[in-house]
Design a protein around this ligand. Sequence first.
Ligand code: MG
Length: 212
Amino acid sequence: MRPPRRLRELALDTKGFMPPEEGDALWAAALEAGRACPGLAFMEVGAYCGRSTLWLAAAARECGTMLWSLDHHAGSEEQQPGWEWHDASLVDPATGRMDSLPTYLATLGRAGVRDVVVPIVARSRDVSSRWHSPLALVFIDGGHGVEPAREDWRGWGPWVARGGMLAIHDVFDDARDGGRTPHDEIYAPALASGDFREVRAVGSLRVLQRTS
Ligand code: MG
């Protein structure tokens, strides 16, 4: 099974770091999560320009649910000027600061998914600390510093409903392939909690299902 062709093509045409086969796996995981937890929404933590958002939106539409899509849009640490993942075209000339919100909203508009995607422009912890709803799927692709990753796991992990999925991006088993924080601060603690089992691994995407 493949995501709807048009949304997939638009996703592949959108700036971001989600390889096609990982995006397809994310879509499939969201579809399963939505079917396992009818009526519950999806949460995306770290949306950037909306690339992975489109795969999740396709699954949300299919399941008749909504996607909350959270990002402060000021760029994570590694996207600031002078850092490896900086993109100068996303700097607001008026402020000199990173702002991925205009590009993100343009992506949603172009794809026609505003009916299933609710953008939240905020810091992850400011929302998670006030959140009170179980979720079918939580996709964590946020800041890769130790603290942001730790806060994302602590703040969002508890809201994955039983049978639902926790998807994590940029999990590298070998430290030589990439940063260690999503692995050490999200993936490893989730497995160690005993509440999740791994159901899918594609590239650096890991999908864990809550079993208890
Ligand atoms: Mg990522």
